[in-house]
Design a protein around this ligand. Sequence first.
Ligand code: GLV
Length: 379
Amino acid sequence: MRTMTCIEDLRQSARRKVPRMFFDYAESGSYAQETLRANRADLERIKLRQRILLDVAGRSTQTTLLGDKVALPLALAPIGLCGMQHGDGEILACRAAQQAGIPFCLSTMSIGSIEDVEQAVGKPFWFQLYVMKDRGFVRALIERAKAAKCSALVLTVDLQVLGQRHSDIRNGLTVPPEVRIKNIIDIATKPAWALGILRGRRRTFGNLAGHVRGMDNVNSLSQWIAGQFDPALSWKDVEWIAGLWGGKLILKGILDVEDARIAAKTGAAALVVSNHGGRQLDGAPSSIAALAPIVEAVGSAIEVLFDGGVRSGQDILRALALGARACLSGRAYIYGLGAGGQAGVARAIEIMKNELDVSMALTGVTRIADINRSVIAAM
Ligand code: GLV
């Protein structure tokens, strides 16, 4: 892993090792991918301000997130099908995050279940919730997350219907992969991946199998989601969920100031400014463009987190400069996972931490609390 110098190296390696259908699933945005590209392009447009001779010895990337100490302002975002990037992917990524001192968020649509991860790791993790039409099942999921002592519930609020990702249709994405000639040839060239999956505990959606009908073999993820996820979800349900959960609640998927104002009044501990990694409303603004107005409107009432295109420590610095408390990153660690399992995720986190540390030094700041707009160059 030492020769992996940046997230892009991990991405190239993952592309060679992970079957196309799963690599593309994580990689893609929706429709024409305009928003996916805007997330990166708008981050890159923000130029950092080089400062010199300011005594930047004794730096630290440590901070707090939802009141807990973290080694850097970063959490691993919830990623569906994480355990299809690498056998036992959720457990390995959670272990890497915990060893690095940052939170890991398990997805409802994960392969490893809440209980699998709980039994395999030492400390609490976050759980991400999708709301299905079957409210009894939603209640049960919340109870399971509580029983596993999850330290925060991340309610995704931007996926009541699924934005179409063309590659999932073209690749015929199924879980587990269907025995088709195209897949057999692809998997035959990725023997280490196949072995990892065979050795892993599960090959289907661990949180849902046995609880929801038709989960043992999902031959169209998008159709399944269309049938099960609740398009009628509303702010009233947020209240219901907050009441059932009773712990720290994070609302993920807010891009609009008006929505942020409502979110700030729900009693949630944090919101995540996010367009779901460019995977939902194509044509929506980049996440970074939405960040500053939301911080201005609600930043004193609720912790504002950020995701959408974070691939480096420089990106974390940019988001913090515009007022984010911390970032979430999904694809960056998924590349690490595909490239090298737990060590790959650990490397992804280490790369971004080192980049953040050096970029702090070169912009003249030594503490996370001192990062503000002054690290951005006037343009
Ligand atoms: C689910 O969260 C997805 O983006 O596919």
